[in-house]
Design a binder for this molecule. Structure first.
Ligand SMILES: [Fe+2]
Length: 580
């Protein structure tokens, strides 16, 4: 042990020295100084365990001396040694941090030895307590929760008083309350923003010393706190946690859940929540309505309601499929259901399924009726097509009977036009109509006198005019007949030319129907390749030359190109009479 003795009286110093030498502390290092200044200098350089301090020094007196040394050597055990026997001063000295207080007159070697040893122990315990207190103070000051300590005092068994002892920074901030301005404030003052019934609850906890916790609304700050209460001896601790955000989120979540529940319950489609085992967990009103389940109580399985698929799964996407079919549940045999399912996933696991049931019985009936009438319409159309074909056939025969030249010409033009329509990409049905129109395109010639039609040699202007009338005549014959294509109009236009040089109406370009443009190319090709009573055969090459030469001016260039291509490929024979 190293002891520093600060004593200005040489006699007292000697006495202390002798006391120490006579005890078990004789091995201790004793350093003696007679002034405070010297002692402070030594303390700056050396470490001691105990400071034995006389309060009456040349430059400082009484507790002032203690104050100087206590501040300078905080870690040192300090024992006051004084000739002044003053109980009050002794108490003050201990409060100021002295570990003991010795009167010189009463000092013996034993007492000195014990005092020095105990002072060391006492200092060490005090330091440990201070360190612990410091740690808890740090925790108290820096915790996120608001912390309030109240002292519990009572006038009677029932009449309690709770006064604030301490509050941390978080607590002050939460309630906008300053502890330093209102120390010792009452519970009612500190928690003035909380409802009265909650204050009563705090009093109850202080009375019974029970722990308690509850949520409380702070009206002035518009915040919700969680308050935890517990008692330690005669103190009550209140811990406040601001849960406004969590509460708002919880509230939001509850509202959201309620909205989703409403949506689920009142959705127009039947919805059922089922587990992985197919057990029905929850069903909505529409589902109950579809299957009439209002009084059903037994546990149900989703498999009981699945339709027997009568149609293929209609769509299949990831996690989604549709099945349509008649329901086998209950009495209603006509219940036709569209069923789909969505897996319920939670953290990548399927926890169950949402099953959707839509009653599409009406739609199914309408669809079936539509199918039926479509089938009937198709049958009627086939019949109608047959009678149209018969009509055309009759007209063809009339034409053949009237003029054999025209008859052969029409047959070949019909074949050429059909091949052209096919190569030009027309639908099979339209190809057929183009063929039929071509097969009677000169039907109007039955009104032209036979003499003119079969007159050898050149025709007079008047005779030509007669012949030209055949387009108009053909139109007049067919205009009132109802065909899918305007056959009368096509026939009317088959001598029109793109530049307007044709007849009878001198139509131009796009105002001439494409069907008429096809027939006119076929007509020119056939007519020039064949013998005519009024002129000899000109040949297929001359015909192609005529078409090429006037492609785009008289004849549709696309149709001409197709015609030339067909000829080149041999689909159209050089001798058109081979077209059979
Ligand atoms: Fe003609």
């Amino acid at each position: 042990m190293k002891i520093l003795l600060v004593e200005d009286n040489p006699g007292d110093r000697r006495l202390i020295r002798e006391y120490i030498r006579s005890t078990s502390l004789r091995e201790a290092t004793l350093r003696e100084v007679d002034s405070g200044e010297e002692a402070l200098e030594i303390l700056e350089k050396e470490r001691f365990h105990v400071l034995l301090l006389d309060l009456g020094l040349p430059t400082s007196q009484g507790l002032g001396t203690l104050q100087i040394f206590r501040a300078f050597a905080k870690k040192l055990s300090l024992v006051v040694l004084t000739g002044l026997e003053d109980q009050e001063m002794a108490t003050l000295a201990l409060k100021m941090g002295a570990q003991d207080y010795l009167y010189k007159d009463q000092c013996t070697s034993d007492l000195l030895e014990k005092t020095l040893r105990y002072s060391l122990e006492r200092k060490s315990s005090q330091d440990r307590i201070m360190e612990t207190e410091h740690k808890y103070r740090m925790l108290f000051e820096n915790m996120m929760e608001g912390c309030f300590f109240f002292r519990i005092s009572r006038n009677s068994e029932e009449n309690l008083h709770l006064n604030l002892l301490d509050a941390n920074a978080a607590g002050e901030k939460m309630l906008d309350f300053s502890f330093s301005r209102q120390p010792n404030a009452s519970l009612e003052k500190v928690f003035s923003c909380f409802p009265r019934e909650h204050l009563q609850r705090i009093y109850q906890a202080a009375r019974t010393k029970d722990t308690d916790s509850f949520e409380v609304f702070c009206s002035s700050r518009k915040k919700i706190f969680h308050m935890a209460l517990f008692c330690v001896n005669s103190f009550l601790a209140c811990i406040l946690q601001d849960i406004t955000k969590e509460y708002t989120y919880k509230d939001h979540l509850e509202k959201q859940t309620a909205r989703l529940h409403q949506l689920f319950q009142h959705a127009p489609v039947g919805i059922v929540e089922s587990g992985n085992d197919g057990k029905i967990e929850k069903m909505n009103l529409a589902f109950q309505r579809i299957f009439g389940l209002f009084s059903e109580k037994a546990p149900l399985k989703i498999q009981e309601f699945m339709p027997s698929p009568t149609e293929e799964i209609q769509a299949s996407e990831e996690n989604m499929s549709f099945i349509e079919g008649y329901s086998s549940y209950g009495e209603n045999q006509d219940l036709y259901i569209r069923y789909s399912t969505i897996p319920i996933r939670f953290q990548e696991n399927t926890t169950g399924y949402y099953n959707m049931f839509e009653d599409i019985s009406l739609g199914k009936k309408a669809k079936d009726l539509l199918k039926e009438s479509h089938r009937e319409l198709k049958q009627q159309y086939v019949k109608l097509q047959h009678s149209w074909a018969q009509t055309i056939e009759i007209l063809t025969r009339i034409s053949e009977a009237t003029d054999p030249y025209t008859a052969g010409h029409q047959k070949r033009v019909a074949k050429i036009a059909h091949l052209l329509a096919k190569a030009l990409g027309f639908s099979p049905e339209e190809q057929e109509w183009i063929r039929m129109a071509a097969s009677i395109h000169d039907i109007g010639k039955i009104k032209v006198p036979k003499d003119i039609l079969s007159k050898p040699g050149e025709l007079s202007d008047l005779e030509f005019r007669f012949i030209r009338l055949h387009s108009q005549c053909g139109y007049d014959m067919l205009k009132d007949l109802d065909f899918p294509l305007p056959l009368g109009e096509i026939i009317y236009q088959h001598h029109e030319r793109l530049d307007g040089s044709g007849y009878p109406r001198e139509l131009k370009g796009e105002s001439i129907l494409i069907h008429a443009r096809i027939i006119s190319v076929a007509d020119v090709l056939e007519a020039m390749s064949s013998h005519r009573p009024y002129r000899p055969k000109l040949g297929v090459h001359a015909a192609l030359e005529e078409l090429r030469k006037n492609s785009g001016t008289l004849y549709d260039s696309r149709v001409v190109r197709t015609c030339v291509s067909l000829m080149e490929k041999g689909i159209l024979p050089e001798n058109l009479e081979d077209l059979e």
